[in-house]
Design a protein around this ligand. Structure first.
Ligand code: C2E
Ligand code: MG
Ligand code: MG
Ligand code: MG
Length: 285
C-alpha cells in the first residue's frame, strides 16, 4: 500500500496513524459510555452434541448497539477495549450479564444441564483480582463453577505463562473449565497445550469451513482429534455450516459442534425456548 501513496508516502502514512489513533480514542470513549448506557448486550449461541442434537453448552457473544453506527460485532471493537484499560470493565460487564442470564434460565428451566461459555481476554485472565472476582460472581448468582467455562482465544499471545498457569489453577479450584478458543489459528497452539492445563479445545472455524472438500483440513482436524484424546480434552468444532462438515466431524469422532448449520447466535429468550425443549432429537443422519 505504501507504493500506491506515491511520493507523499510518509505524510500519508503519518496521517493514517493519526486517524487510526483518533478513531481508537473515539471508540474507547463511546464504548466507555455504552457500558453504562445499556447499549451492550449478549447473544447466545448453542453448542450441540451432534449424535443426539441436544444442546450441551451456550456461548455468550457480545454485541454493541451503537447509537449512530448501528449493530457492531465484537471483532470491530474488542481489540480497542483490550488495548486500553477498558478491558477489565468490559470483561466484568460481560461476566456479570452472562451469569445473571444463566441464573435466570436456571430458575426458569427445571433440570437445566448446559454449560455457560464466556469469552475472556487474556489480559483479563491474568488480572490480579480475576479468579477472586469469578468466585464472587458465582456466589452472587448462585452458580456452580462446574456450569461455567471461560474461553481464551489462542491467537492472543499468552504473554505470561506463569500468571496464566496460576489463573487456570485458581479457576480449576472453583470447578470452572477453561477452553482454548480458535485452536490452530495461532502460532503457539502446541506450546500452549504443552504448558497450560486446559479442559476444552475449540477447533478454529478456518479448518471446519471446507471440511469434506479439503484433504488438508481433513488431515489437520484428524490430528486435532487425536491430540484432544491424548490430552484428555473436550473437543468442540466451531463454524459448522454444512451437512458435509457435520458428517465428517461425526466420522472423525468430534461430536460437539457450534455453527450456523445447527444454531445461530440468538437472543436469550429464544435460547430459553430451545433449552426448555432440549431433549434428544435425531442428529444429522
Ligand atoms: P469466538 O469466541 O470464536 O466465537 C465464535 C464466533 O464465530 C462468533 O462470532 C460466532 O457468531 C461465529 N460463528 C459461529 N458459528 C459460525 C458459523 O457457522 N460460521 C461463521 N462464519 N461464523 C460462525 P462473533 O460473535 O462475531 O464473535 C467474534 C469473536 O469476538 C469471538 O470469537 C470472540 O473471540 C470475541 N468475543 C465475542 N464476545 C466476546 C466477549 O464477550 N469478550 C471477549 N473478550 N471476546 C468476545
Ligand atoms: Mg469463544
Ligand atoms: Mg472461536
Ligand atoms: Mg474467534
Amino acid at each position: 500500500a505504501a507504493k500506491s501513496r506515491g511520493g507523499n508516502g510518509i505524510a500519508a502514512f503519518t496521517e493514517e496513524i493519526r486517524a487510526e489513533s483518533e478513531s481508537r480514542d473515539i471508540v474507547e470513549l463511546s464504548l466507555r459510555s455504552s457500558i453504562s448506557d445499556d447499549c451492550l448486550h449478549l447473544v447466545y449461541q448453542p453448542e450441540v452434541d451432534m449424535r443426539s442434537g441436544v444442546i450441551v453448552a451456550v456461548e455468550a457473544l457480545l454485541r454493541w448497539e451503537h447509537p449512530l453506527l448501528g449493530l457492531l460485532m465484537p471483532e470491530s471493537f474488542i481489540h480497542v477495549a483490550e488495548s486500553t484499560n477498558l478491558a477489565t470493565e468490559l470483561g466484568t460487564w460481560v461476566i456479570r450479564s452472562a451469569f445473571r442470564q444463566y441464573a435466570q434460565w436456571w430458575s426458569e428451566i427445571a433440570g437445566l444441564d448446559v454449560v455457560l461459555r464466556v469469552n475472556v481476554s487474556p489480559g483479563q485472565l491474568v488480572g490480579a483480582d480475576f479468579v477472586d472476582s469469578i468466585a464472587r460472581e458465582l456466589g452472587e448468582y448462585g452458580i456452580d463453577g462446574g456450569n461455567v467455562c471461560l474461553e481464551i482465544t489462542e491467537n492472543a499471545v499468552v504473554s505470561d505463562v506463569d500468571r496464566t498457569r496460576r489463573a487456570l489453577r485458581g479457576l480449576a479450584g472453583l470447578g470452572v473449565q477453561v477452553a482454548i478458543d480458535d485452536f490452530g489459528s495461532g502460532y503457539s497452539s502446541l506450546a500452549q497445550l504443552k504448558q497450560l492445563q486446559f479442559d476444552v479445545l475449540k477447533i478454529d472455524r478456518e479448518f471446519i469451513r471446507d471440511l469434506g472438500d479439503s484433504p488438508a483440513d481433513l488431515a489437520i482436524v484428524k490430528s486435532i482429534v487425536t491430540l484432544a484424546k491424548s490430552f484428555d480434552l473436550i473437543l468442540v468444532a466451531e463454524g459448522v455450516e454444512t451437512e458435509m462438515a457435520a458428517r465428517t466431524l461425526l466420522d472423525l469422532g468430534c461430536y460437539r459442534a457450534q455453527g450456523f448449520l445447527l444454531h445461530r447466535p440468538l437472543p436469550a429468550d429464544m435460547v430459553r425456548d430451545l433449552l426448555i425443549t432440549n431433549r434428544e432429537t435425531p442428529g444429522p443422519s
